[in-house]
Design a protein around this ligand. Structure first.
Ligand code: TMP
Length: 198
């Protein structure tokens, strides 16, 4: 079996993490050994970002940190794919473009520059699925997880992130899936697309 690189994108609360896990389970049931991974990663620079130790930083600094984490992560992803695994990645380069080019408290980073930086090292996913949901439903879901809200979890900001994602979807051929509704229905929509490449 040859490997594949599949990315899941979407605003906070779109259900990426749940979908990734469910897809992994479905693929394992078919006898495959998928690798589930995420950005920011949980090691090195990714763990540093998640720790919050960087404090108050600009969108640009944050974009560079996310991108640096991605550079290292991409090497691992390519190795897993070469070993024949289906890699299910919760966020990839579109997250940096969609989030860090959106205005947060008046600060944003130039979209073309973010695309340029990432173009230097990113791998080409075999499939990117954008789980599309309106920000208020996404925030309701994210809130139901009971974790402290991140600085990104604001309806106005996430509305801009969503529209950035939809633009990227057109430009890069992402498959857009309606992520509202019951988890089972969403998974069915996603699996129909995943089955085209796996
Ligand atoms: P998560 O909730 O999917 O674990 O992601 C953590 C947060 O990091 C989420 O609010 C989106 C944000 N993020 C960016 O702003 N840019 C990026 O490049 C990545 C990978 C995540």
């Amino acid at each position: 079996m040859s490997g594949a690189f599949i990315v899941f994108e979407g605003i906070d609360g779109a259900g990426k993490t749940t979908v990734c896990r469910a897809v992994a389970e479905a693929l394992s049931g078919r006898g495959l050994e998928p690798v589930v991974t995420a950005e920011p990663t949980h090691v090195g620079i990714g763990a540093y970002i998640r720790s919050g130790a960087a404090g108050e930083i600009s969108q640009m600094t944050e974009a560079l940190l996310f991108s640096a984490d991605r550079n290292d992560h991409t090497e691992h992803i390519m190795e897993w794919v070469a070993e024949g695994h289906v890699v299910l990645c919760d966020r990839y380069f579109a997250s940096t473009v969609a989030y860090q080019s959106a205005a947060l408290d008046g600060d944003s980073t130039d979209r073309d520059m973010l695309i340029d930086i990432n173009r230097q090292f990113i791998g080409k996913p075999d499939l990117t699925i954008l789980l599309d949901i309106d920000p208020s439903s996404g925030l309701d879901r994210a809130g139901a997880r009971g974790e402290a809200a991140s600085k990104f979890e604001r309806p106005d900001f996430l509305a801009e992130v969503r529209s950035n994602y939809l633009r990227l979807a057109e430009e890069y051929g992402f498959r857009v899936v309606d992520a509202s509704g019951e988890p089972g229905e969403v998974l069915e929509r996603v699996m129909a697309i995943v089955s085209e490449v796996v």
